[in-house]
Write a protein that binds this ligand. Structure first.
Ligand SMILES: [Zn+2]
Length: 242
């Protein structure tokens, strides 16, 4: 495996129990240089050509998650996680290259097995930092990954087994930050990026997207189909083995 080791890491303060997937809007060495200039890192970088580049040793606490929240853990998600950056010029708004997904699947499976990571703890950057981050984006193939044993998907008919109609409660059951009304709205949108991408507004200007992560209109939250998907996903997360 090629290496491009970045110095932006320190010592972990907890064990590894999460996998965080990212997208970066540059390719190859340029993506690594971009992370370097921002004084951040990750453990692996996957190029569109199907190359895997090691950026930091897994035992290191690479700086990729920033301020975040997931399933009650409200700080230092870097200590808890392995981070993978996936090159995508559109920042995950257009389909990812097949070669990199074919590389991503065995890499994720190996990490999940090695650290015994619960399926509920395989997340995107936008899941843990919904007010700040749009990656890995609405085109990220979460359903396909779930079919490969990486993270969770849902079955629509299971929505009936979760009669709760409170969006904030359901998002909280999945693991999202719902501690403030702003967090609930951002988490609902992050949920759409992952499970209901038809509600996500695409933005051809990637720079604008990174500055304006959330849309002005949250009308989708009133839609029956959104609530049905939310209930079905919450059921998956609640019933999956930890
Ligand atoms: Zn990210």
């Amino acid at each position: 495996m090629k290496e491009y080791l970045l110095p932006h890491y320190d010592e972990r303060r907890s064990g590894i129990d999460m996998l965080v997937l990212h997208a970066v809007a540059h390719e190859g060495n340029e993506a690594a240089q971009c992370l370097d200039s921002l004084k951040v890192s990750a453990h692996y970088l996957l190029t569109s050509e199907g190359e895997t580049i090691k950026l930091a040793a897994e035992e290191c606490r690479a700086w990729h998650a920033g301020v975040g929240y997931w399933r009650g853990v409200d700080n230092d998600l870097n200590s808890h996680s392995i981070g993978i950056e996936i090159c995508s010029p559109s920042l995950g708004q257009e389909p990812f290259a097949e070669a990199q997904i074919e590389n991503l699947i065995p890499l994720c499976r190996k990490i999940i097995r090695k650290y015994n990571i619960a399926p509920q703890n395989v997340v995107g950057h936008s899941d843990i930092a919904p007010q700040r981050k749009p990656d890995p984006g609405a085109a990220f193939p979460w359903k396909r990954l779930a079919e490969e044993g990486i993270g969770l998907w849902y079955q629509t008919e299971n929505a009936l087994k979760m009669p709760d109609d409170n969006a904030a409660e359901l998002l909280g059951l999945i693991g999202y930050d719902t501690r403030t009304p702003e967090a609930v709205r951002a988490s609902a949108y992050a949920f759409c990026r992952r499970f209901a991408p038809q509600y996500v507004v695409l933005d051809a200007d990637v720079h604008h997207l990174t500055e304006h992560v959330l849309p002005d209109d949250f009308g989708f939250m009133k839609e029956e189909k959104f609530m049905t998907t939310l209930r079905a996903v919450a059921y998956s997360y609640q019933t999956a083995l930890v």
